[in-house]
Every structure is written in C-alpha cells, then in structure tokens.
Design a protein around this ligand. Structure first.
Ligand code: NAD
Length: 489
C-alpha cells in the first residue's frame, strides 16, 4: 500500500508505521487544498494519540538494529537518498508548489535546501566521531564516544514542506536515531513522498515513521516516555508550549519559533540592489518565511527614494499560480490566513499607518486561490499591532530612523530575533550592526540570510526555545549523547 489510499476519488493519506503505509483509524480527516486553485488535493487523517504510540513503539523496535548499524553503512543509505532526491527534483518542486502555493522557482530552491541537509547528514562518519586523550594521568586514558539518543519526534510547519523536515530526520537518522514525523496537516504530501524515497534508498522499516494529524499527535509525542527528543518548527505560542511541556516531561527539545525580521537601509547602500533583495525577502513565498523581511527601517534621507523604488518594484510583481511562468507571488496558505491578513491591513489603517500600497486591490493572473497582493505600510511605529505581531503574509512595514543607533534600538525592541539585515557599503556600519543587533542570523546586503545545512539555524529571544539549534554541529549534538570512558591498563 502506498502513502495514499486511492479507494476514493480524492486520496486519503496513510500513516507510515513500522514500514507499512496504514490508514488511520481515527475517522477524522481534513482537506489538503491547493491554495492557488482551492482544489482539494487529498485528505489528511487527524490521527489519534494511540496511533502515535504505535508508531513510537515500532520506531523503538527499529532503533535497536539501526543504532547498531555501522555508521558508514548508515551514511551509504543517505548517499542513495541524495541521488533519488536529485532524480525527483522537479516532481518534488511541483508538489511543493501544489500544496504550499509558492512559485515553482522558489520550490525548486527549497528542494535544493532539503538536499543539502541530506548531503550534510551523509557526513555522519566524521560527524559522529568522539575524542580521546591517551594520558590524562600516568597510565590513565580517557575517551568520549557518541551515540544516538533513541526515538526522536519531529513537528513541522506548512511553509517549507521539504526543507524543514529535512532539517530534522536525515541528520537524526544518520546519527542512528529512529524518527517519527508529524508533518503540517496543511502541507502533508511532500513528507509522505520524502519517506517513500527514503525507503527506496534502503532505509529499514520503522526507522522513519509518519503520523499525520494535529494536536493529539503532538501531545502524544510530548507525553510518550519512549520519545527522547523533539524537534519543533512553527509559530511562537506552539513552540513555547512544546518546549515547556516536552522539557517538563524530561525530553530534550529544540523549538524554532516565529519571527519579525527587520532590514535596516542606510543612505550609503546600493539602492537598486537593496530594493531587489528587500522585495524578494518581503513578498517572496507570499511573506510566509520565518526569514521574511517584515519591517524595513529607512535611515536618514534614504526613505523617500527607497519607498518610491519599493512601490515600483511591488507594482511589477506578477501574482498567480506558482506553476505559471513569470509568477512571483503565489497565494497564502488558506482562506483563514487570508482573512487574518486582511484584518491586519485594516488594523494598520486604523492605528494610523500610511497604506502606501494596498494588496487587497490586486488580482491574480490565474486561479481562484487565497491571494493577497504586495502591501506596504509607511510610518509604522512600535505601538502598532502590525509591527508587534508576526503577520506571515506579503505585508511590509516601513519605519524611519535618524541614525543607525536608533534603527538598531527599534529592531531590538521586538520580542522576536530570528534574522536581521543591513544594507550599506560601510564596514564600520556592518561592525556596529553585527555587535549590537539582537538576532541570530544576520544578512549584509542580502534579504534572506538563511544559513546552509552545515551551520546552525540560530534564532534568538522568542524566535527559539532550547539550547542546541537545528542543523550543523548543533544538530549533531542534539541528536546524540556521549559516553566517557576512563581506563587504566
Ligand atoms: P503552527 O505553529 O501553526 O504549526 C506548526 C506545527 O504545530 C504543525 O505541525 C501543527 O500541526 C502543530 N500545532 C499547531 N497548533 C498546535 C497546538 N495548539 N498544539 C499542538 N500542536 C500544534 O505553524 P505554521 O502556521 O504551520 O507555520 C508558520 C510558523 O512557523 C511561523 O510562525 C513561522 O515563523 C514559523 N517558522 C519558523 C521557522 C524558524 O526556523 N524559526 C521556520 C519555519 C517556520
């Protein structure tokens, strides 16, 4: 049986438990929409906590053999998986666009980011190495050995159906763990395909399980005593809840949360290049990126020319189905998210911001989906909801500051601290920004400073809960535990 039950005209997705694709018994489903067309692509089961427990039990069993499989043999499965992902690149990108709505070009780039995670994980033999000191005292030696932690649970958001799951399960599995993934119920199709391809690459049954669903599955992962660690990516309130509940239950948890990223534009910047980067970062993927540019702070007299150019660039954006040629801005994920976004646009107007460009008036080149055009507010201040909250849509707030000091002070007032960017040609500005901004991922003259898989994805403040971030050696530390051996011969 494959990942979907094709007995009905629209497929109901199956769970993957112990290497078998099995229908959920919960009797509850939700439609998975193509947000550009409102077509129902499939139904996702809202599985029960009991089904999650079955997946964890199967994962625990699979862990016994997988954790003892020599690391180079585990790595070889990752190499084969990488090949398969490359072979299926276009299919995966089309699937991302279908269920998420982002443009095909962005989806294609997302597949690349996912593949890079697999490439990093395939270095497991080196990453898993320990350390030794042959002489801590006379005739006394000491060594550190690294082991997997057991069954790891992953909970992922809708906005990167491939990249975010790939931050988690390839590395966790390469390190010898078994993994139970609960994908976003709004974009579950890609995860199922990723699991099918991993099995084709030779991953033993039960090492990667998928349990579709929502709160019950999340709460099951948080309470099941056989789950050793949880990797979470999603909105701030859920991240905080997952972190607090998971750690209270004795699990290690890394919870990557929401964001409100600021870009500071200095008068000495290359204005055209900066505008291109900012427009792409603010409106690309319909603003549904945790590294999206949500706020621009214009310093000094750059404000007027910057606003003019931003407006012109936003006017030139083609809105529509991400599979159509030339489309840059796809829909937001659901009608409820569109309505929430329209609510924020109204609130910005009511709170006195200047609505410079009203994306409510735009129409899409094709499709009936959940479209909101590029929206720009000017004269936003820190009292406004549109500044405080993560809107997660193509809505850009512009603020003004007299100096770089003032701009940094404004950005640092945000409770979020995922990314921040500076556009300038002056090295001393760069140094001041790097040393004083409160954010974990900085961009200089670029709009989306998302680190590659071999570096940590390192949000600060309310953008992250935990100690060890996703990816890089942080990820290896998170998915492993150490044994120290001190020996006298
Ligand atoms: P979300 O928090 O609604 O959902 C994330 C996951 O949590 C989903 O699998 C969902 O089923 C589950 N969930 C949601 N509400 C829950 C609840 N009350 N109890 C238990 N589980 C629950 O997030 P989303 O809308 O899918 O994704 C967008 C958010 O993710 C944005 O806030 C974005 O900034 C954030 N994000 C952060 C990063 C990062 O690296 N910091 C990366 C991508 C996305």
């Amino acid at each position: 049986m494959s990942h979907a039950n094709t007995g009905t005209s629209v497929q109901i997705l199956n769970n993957l438990i112990g290497g078998q694709w099995v229908p959920s018994r919960s009797g509850r489903t939700e439609p998975v929409y193509n947000p550009a067309t409102e077509e129902i692509l499939a139904y996702v089961p809202i599985s029960s906590g009991e089904e999650l427990d079955e997946a964890v039990a199967a994962a625990k069993e699979a862990f016994r053999a997988w954790s003892r499989t020599p690391v180079p043999r585990r790595a070889r499965v990752l190499f084969k998986y990488q090949q398969l992902l490359v072979e299926h690149w276009e299919e995966l990108a089309r699937l991302i666009t279908a269920e998420n709505g982002k443009s095909y070009t962005e989806a294609y780039g997302e597949v690349q980011r996912g593949i890079e995670c697999v490439e990093f994980a395939a270095g497991a033999p080196t990453l898993m190495m320990g350390k030794q000191l042959p002489d801590i005292a006379s005739n006394l030696e000491s060594g550190m050995y690294r082991y997997p932690i057991g069954v790891v649970g992953g909970i992922t958001p809708f906005n990167f159906p491939m990249m975010v799951p790939c931050w988690m399960f390839p590395l966790a599995i390469a390190c010898g763990n078994a993994f139970v993934l609960k994908p976003s119920e709004r974009t579950p199709l890609l995860a199922a395909r990723l699991a099918e391809l991993f099995a084709e690459a030779g991953l033993p049954a039960g090492v990667l399980s998928i349990v579709h669903g929502a709160h019950d599955v999340v709460n099951g992962l948080l309470s099941n005593k056989d789950v050793a660690g949880i990797s979470f990516v999603g909105s701030q309130p859920v991240a905080e809840y997952v972190y607090k509940t998971g750690t209270a239950n004795g699990k290690r948890v890394q919870a990557l949360a929401g964001a409100k990223n600021h870009s500071i534009v200095m008068p000495d910047c290359d204005l055209d290049a900066s505008v291109q980067q900012i427009v792409s970062a603010a409106f690309g993927s319909a603003g549904e990126r945790c590294m999206a540019c949500a706020v621009v702070i214009a310093v000094g007299d750059v404000a007027e020319p910057l606003l003019q150019k931003l407006q012109l660039a936003a006017d030139a954006i083609t809105i529509g189905n991400g599979l159509d040629d030339g489309v840059f801005l796809g829909p937001v994920i659901r009608d409820s998210h569109k309505q929430r976004t329209l609510g924020y646009i109204e609130s910005g107007e009511q709170e006195g911001a200047t609505l410079l460009r009203d994306g409510r008036k735009d129409t899409a080149s094709s499709g009936d989906g959940y479209f909101v055009g590029p929206t720009i507010f000017d004269h936003v201040n820190c009292e406004m909801k549109i500044w405080k909250d993560e809107i997660f849509a193509p809505v850009l707030s512009v603020m003004r500051a007299a100096t770089l000091d003032e701009a940094i002070e404004i950005a640092n007032r945000s409770s979020f601290a995922n990314g921040a960017c500076l556009f300038t040609q002056d090295g001393s500005h760069v140094r001041q920004f790097r040393e004083t901004i409160d954010a974990g991922m900085l961009g200089i003259n670029l709009g989306v400073p998302a680190p590659m898989a071999f570096f940590p994805f390192s949000g600060w403040k309310e953008s992250f809960y935990g100690d060890l971030h996703a990816n890089g050696t942080d990820g290896v530390e998170f998915y492993t535990r150490k044994k120290m051996v001190t020996a006298r011969w």
